[in-house]
Design a protein around this ligand. Structure first.
Ligand SMILES: *Cc1c(COP(=O)(O)O)cnc(C)c1O
Length: 393
């Protein structure tokens, strides 16, 4: 059947499938570093592009290609580029789209190292960066310079849950000749399709929802069209941050259940958010599924569901938060997110510890902020775990 017209869950299971000589029902792990050429001419043709045969796994590999084509189909993109980690995806995109002297505008509350690598490393190559609250479109307009080349957004942002209007950013990008890049890790293409809203590039930490089982680290980039695809793939291959075939196989296995997992993650998150919102020890909560979220309307328009990431603050600030984290038993005290298991962490001292105090404050990453990634356990058990831990606070 033509998968172009198929539903999302059908694509999850079948997009990128390959036929092999044994009729394998799933994509096998092609655990090989190199590929045998049929002849000297065939080898030369593979390198010149006259033949599309495989050459070497850093360049391309059948298991990895199956995953790349699967995610590209989910994002309605041209093609995918799998990487060894989400950060490898991010740095490959920066490398491909920025030259010395160029300027990038980024969401201030972006994934910590995505900001750190610009401030600490790309700055050494004379790449300039501005970090603003991209949820406020006027802040973006204010910092555009003649040398601005990239608008990089994360929505919902990590961990403030601020939402940026992707279509509005696409319009600004078009007007000013910027490439719009969206980190879609929190939503996955099941809940949000940035390329359909006008983005040029979408990327993921595949470690999170897409793989979903907290057993591999990986990343992926999907572009809207061929020119950027070639440019970014070139950088990935030359840096050498390719995914491994075994890693790709595990993700191909995990992605099949993306829609059923996210449905359950979300169903649970809605219940957990309702519990937190009315708890007397919770001072504030940010969850796109609650009418109290400042961009509730935008979330409804741009995302097909509120997802399962919740940020909240406690009476008593960080000390109270530490007590809570030390007294949950079902929720795992760990960074990362988007898995089948519920996770709890404290961004100011953990994922965003590398961001300066001043920049954290500016980005809204307060000391009392607790980040909660709701898993697919029974909702009553997740809530009971929190209820008992709150009693110790
Ligand atoms: C985890 C994460 C990353 C980085 O991905 P790694 O796989 O850990 O390298 C990037 N963006 C977001 C939103 C993330 O949550």
């Amino acid at each position: 059947m033509n998968l172009k017209d198929a539903g999302f869950s059908t694509k999850l299971i079948h997009a990128g499938e390959i036929e092999d000589q044994f009729g394998s029902a799933t994509v096998p792990i092609y655990q090989t570093s190199t590929f045998r050429f049929k002849s000297a001419q065939h080898g030369a043709d593979c390198f010149s592009g006259a033949s599309d045969g495989y050459i070497y796994t850093r360049i391309a590999n059948p298991t990895i290609r199956a995953l790349e084509q699967n995610i590209a189909a989910l994002e309605n993109g041209f093609d995918g580029i799998a990487t060894s980690s989400g950060m490898a995806a991010i740095t490959s995109v920066y490398m491909a789209l920025l030259n010395a002297g160029d300027h990038i505008i980024s969401t201030a509350a972006v994934y910590g190292p995505a900001r750190g690598v610009l401030e600490q490393d790309f700055a050494r190559f004379h790449v300039e960066a501005s970090f603003v609250n991209t949820a406020n479109i006027d802040e973006i307009k204010k910092v555009i310079r003649p040398n601005s080349k990239v608008l990089y957004i994360e929505t919902p942002a990590n961990p403030t849950m601020e939402i940026t209007d992707i279509a509005a950013c696409a319009q600004i990008a078009r007007e000013h000749g910027l490439k719009l890049v969206v980190d879609n890790t929190f939503c996955t293409p099941y809940l949000q399709k940035p390329l359909d809203l006008g983005a040029d590039v979408v990327l993921h930490s595949i470690t999170k929802f897409i793989n979903g089982h907290a057993d591999i680290v990986g990343g992926i980039i999907v572009t809207k069209e061929a020119v950027l695809y070639k440019k970014i793939r070139h950088c990935m291959v030359y840096i050498g941050c390719n995914m491994d075939p075994h890693q790709a196989y595990l993700v191909l296995r995990g992605v099949k259940t993306l829609s059923v997992r996210v449905d359950r993650n979300q169903e649970n998150a809605i219940k957990v958010a309702a519990f937190l919102e009315t708890h007397p020890k919770v001072t504030w909560i940010k969850y796109p599924g609650l009418a109290s979220h400042p961009q509730y309307k935008l979330a409804k328009r741009q995302m097909s569901g509120p997802g399962s990431m919740i940020s909240f603050g406690l009476k008593g600030g960080l000390e109270a938060g530490k007590k809570l984290m030390d007294n949950v038993h079902l929720a795992v005290l760990a960074v990362s997110l988007g898995g089948v298991e519920t996770l709890i962490q404290h961004p100011a001292s953990m994922t965003h510890a590398g961001v300066s105090r001043e920049n954290k404050e500016e980005a809204g990453i307060t000391d009392d902020l607790i980040r909660f990634s709701v898993g697919i356990e029974n909702a009553e058990d997740i809530i009971n775990d929190l209820r008992l831990a709150f009693e110790k606070v």
